[in-house]
Design a protein around this ligand. Structure first.
Ligand code: I3S
Length: 170
């Protein structure tokens, strides 16, 4: 039953390149902006990073080293949330705005909390693309996630569904 406690499960970890766009943010509709993103599922977090420009993430991905890829994404993220020293010496204005999905080039550019979210195959009116997943978060963000490759998107659908059902009652 939904009220019975679930035993702890091993952390889910998965990554790959997917096409992603936000369609709603904090309950408000936003303009689509499809982009190819590094997508990392870690525990109940889904993290997106730009597919190009940084170099390191791609090379770790190609070499198949998930731990190094994650470290690279984390260190890029830490760099992105703090101004770099070279910049802070010359810049004394207000802090830069928080990283936005599809906005600046920081990595990862967007993270969602899957706890309490939902995942389903998107209906035709959501996108003309095939193999589109619609992911809704409890915070009122809706994302479309797509891959041209059936097996890839099916695996993500399974992983996201499992993650959401595992963490639903935390
Ligand atoms: O749901 P929409 O508005 O038909 O989404 C399409 C648009 O975002 C379009 O860009 P413009 O805002 O410049 O019209 C995109 O290029 C399309 O990819 C979007 O539709 P799909 O069906 O690909 O999700």
């Amino acid at each position: 039953s939904p009220s019975s406690p679930k035993p702890p499960t091993s952390p889910s970890e998965k990554c790959g390149v997917l096409n992603v766009t936000k369609i709603t943010e904090n309950g408000k509709k936003v303009r689509k902006n499809w982009a190819s993103s590094w997508t990392v599922l870690q525990g109940s977090s889904l993290l997106f990073a730009k597919g190009q420009g940084g170099g390191t993430s791609w090379s770790y991905y190609r070499s198949g080293s998930i731990p190094e890829l994650l470290l690279s994404l984390l260190s890029n993220w830490r760099r992105s949330v703090k101004p770099r020293p070279a910049v802070s010496y010359v810049y004394s204005g207000p802090a830069p705005p928080a990283t936005k999905f599809g906005g600046n080039q920081s990595k990862p550019e967007f993270t969602v909390d899957l706890r309490g979210g939902s995942v389903e195959w998107a209906s035709k009116d959501k996108s003309s693309k095939k193999h589109v997943i619609e992911l809704k978060t409890r915070q009122g963000t809706e994302l479309l996630i797509q891959s041209e490759i059936d097996s890839v998107i099916n695996d993500w659908f399974r992983a996201l569904s499992e993650t959401i059902s595992t963490h639903a009652w935390e």
